[in-house]
Write a protein that binds this ligand. Structure first.
Ligand code: BTN
Length: 261
């Protein structure tokens, strides 16, 4: 399934995000490529997209699997000032954009939930993840946000170890979307979120994340390597930290790790 640039551009409504875009039929990893080729893009919001990755990377050094031509695999370059205290919140943008897109499309028909820090679950199945990486910069600090979205893969096309916990938009809803339209829609949503963060307007983004995140008070277990900690979800910190109320009553905050269900 080839990439339809015209279809993508017909749906793109941004000023910068996605205006510079490079497509590859195959890459090792769009994040790796963008970190090494950031000079190709003049502005913030440059995008690289691939139909297939041979070495897709996930968080915590995991691999990211895709189904050829049925997964949306892209990375966006943000040229940022390293002095910006809100820089960590940028990593929340892609999942929030996808969560809001799905919520709008499916309203109450299918359950959309964000899992801290930036997974998207549809009917409890992981359909998307985000890997944020920073490059070496001078006055600007290049940030690469890479997102994988399982758009149309079928369950039998997933490796056995993913069949239980992962899904795609199609497996969960029976609907199929063009990857080009999903990418344009995500970028349309991400650009204003990015600009809000740049202007220091972060409260409403955190509220929007919370509207799609776990209910306050939900029992969560956070794991990082061998450290496992449980507590009740107490919200997001102002930089996107996970806040957990521990059983002794104190709230602890975390900037890394995974939630395990
Ligand atoms: C995760 O949930 O572990 C994050 C997965 C991130 C995968 C995307 S696919 C596009 C980009 N290129 C990569 O190598 N990884 C990210």
């Amino acid at each position: 399934m080839s990439w339809d640039h015209k279809l993508f551009h017909r749906h793109l409504k941004t000023r910068r995000f996605g205006r510079e875009i490079v497509h590859f039929a195959e890459l090792d990893s769009t994040n790796r490529w963008l970190l090494q080729n950031q000079g190709q893009f003049a502005t913030t919001g440059g995008v690289v997209v691939a139909d297939h990755q041979t070495a897709g990377r996930g968080r915590q050094d995991r691999a990211w699997f895709d189904v050829l031509g049925k997964s949306l695999l892209f990375s966006v370059l943000l040229k940022h000032s390293s002095a910006d205290p809100n820089v960590l919140l940028l990593g929340f943008i892609p999942a929030l954009a996808l969560g809001e897109l799905l919520r709008e499309k499916f309203a109450d028909q299918h359950h959309v939930e964000l899992k801290w820090p930036n997974d998207v679950l549809l009917n409890g199945k992981k359909i998307s993840g985000v890997l944020g990486q920073t490059g070496v910069g001078g006055t600007t600090w290049p940030i690469v946000l890479g997102m994988g979205v399982n758009v149309a893969g079928k369950r039998e096309e997933f490796p056995p170890e993913l069949q239980q916990g992962a899904g795609s938009i199609t497996t969960e809803t029976g609907t199929s979307f063009a990857r080009e339209v999903v990418l344009a829609d995500l970028l349309n949503r991400m650009e204003p979120m990015h600009d809000d963060i740049l202007e220091g307007e972060t409260d409403s983004l955190r509220e929007r994340w919370l509207a799609l995140g776990p209910a306050l008070g939900t029992r969560l277990t956070r794991r990082e390597t061998n450290a496992v900690i449980s507590g009740n979800f107490a919200g997001l910190g102002n930089r996107g930290q996970l806040l957990l109320r521990r059983d002794h009553g104190a709230i602890e905050e975390f900037v890394s790790g995974d939630i395990v269900y």
